[in-house]
Ligand binder design. Structure first.
Ligand code: SF4
Length: 335
């Protein structure tokens, strides 16, 4: 049974619905610092950074950040720092040159046999290292023109739904997209890249699990979790709800200085992912996007960390170390 309170209707578990959580996400740097008891001298840089790429932190994620710790690895992913203003050679606004690959209809032909649909430009959380932080979504995003494009040009076996975060589409819109996709000859799999069930676990609604579970397509959910502390009991419960509806739950992490660039953290991440029914899939080196150079871990260090992880864990818990390179037909697998 659900009950109502001042902030909206709660779910049966007492959590707020995902749309309510989206609406009450923290967007003001001063509020973020206040909520987390952080020193006010961080405010100036945070406000300047948020003008370049807005701050957005949903409260279920905020609740996992340690108060009073400016170096908290979850905080580092969302708090704009002065280092974002540094301009370094090789770091650009479109590191994967996606603007050139976009059909203009929201379909990106990055890899053979797959088409990537930019479903929406928005995200529930704004990650400071995001390689699409400057992507011109208003020019490209939207699933309707993308579907029309696939209907006209023929669709590959696998459709990758990306963004922004495609689970920001509500269940009705998502159902309309999936039902039309099911009618396209040749499409066998739908891969959904999302961070939403991690940052707002109530996004794993009964309607979503029913929709995914009833589709003729094989659904693969690719999550994005970088640190073991992102996985709390509510995230585990959300993944437990989603698992029976999906052919696989996989995780992609980004190797980030100040967040997860040590073997103990990476090993704990793999262990906790597996305990939640998720296979570690890729560990990406940072895409060189302007404003995120302070997160960068060089390839040699990445290899050393991967090697240490490989010695510590069974093979199925070791993600592949990879780098995206513009204009290539596949990721470059480093290890
Ligand atoms: S959730 Fe993904 S697409 Fe959205 S800001 Fe974070 S990294 Fe970028």
């Amino acid at each position: 049974m659900s009950v109502t309170n001042a902030t909206g209707t709660t779910t049966a578990s007492g959590e707020l619905p995902w749309q309510t959580e989206l609406a009450r996400a923290v967007r003001d740097p001063a509020e973020l610092l206040r909520c987390l008891e952080l020193p006010p001298d961080l405010l100036d840089a945070a406000e300047r950074g948020a003008r370049l790429f807005p701050l957005r932190v949903p409260r279920p994620y905020l609740g996992r950040i340690r108060p009073g710790d400016p170096h908290d690895p979850l905080l580092r992913q969302v708090l704009p720092l002065a280092a974002e203003a540094r301009r370094l050679p090789g770091f650009t606004g479109d590191p994967l040159q996606e603007k050139a690959q976009c059909s203009g209809s929201g379909v990106l032909h990055k890899y053979a046999g797959r088409a990537l649909v930019v479903a929406t430009g928005a995200c529930a959380i704004n990650c400071r290292y995001c390689f699409r932080r400057a992507f011109p979504y208003t020019d490209h995003a939207g699933w309707r023109p993308a579907l029309e494009y696939l209907e006209r040009h023929g669709a590959p076996e696998e459709i990758v739904l990306s963004g922004g975060d495609p689970l920001l589409l509500d269940d009705t819109a998502l159902a309309a997209f999936i039902r039309r996709l099911e009618q396209l000859n040749g499409v066998k799999r739908l891969r959904i890249h999302t961070r939403l069930p991690v940052v707002i676990p109530t996004r794993a609604t009964p309607a979503l699990t029913e929709l995914l579970g009833s589709s003729r397509l094989q659904n693969i959910l690719v999550l994005h979790i970088n640190h073991p502390r992102e996985i709390d009991t509510k995230v585990v419960a959300a993944l437990t709800r989603l698992r029976p509806a999906c052919s696989a739950l996989l995780n992609q992490a980004v190797l980030l200085r100040g967040v997860n660039a040590d073997v103990t953290t990476l090993a704990q991440l793999s262990e906790q992912l597996f305990a939640a029914g998720v296979l570690p899939y890729y560990l990406h080196l940072l895409d060189p996007v302007e404003g995120a150079a302070h997160f960068d871990v060089d390839e040699k260090t990445g290899r050393q960390l991967w090697s240490a992880l490989h010695h510590r864990l069974p093979g199925y818990l070791v993600p592949r170390l990879a780098r995206e390179e513009p204009g290539t037909a596949a990721k470059r697998i480093i290890a």
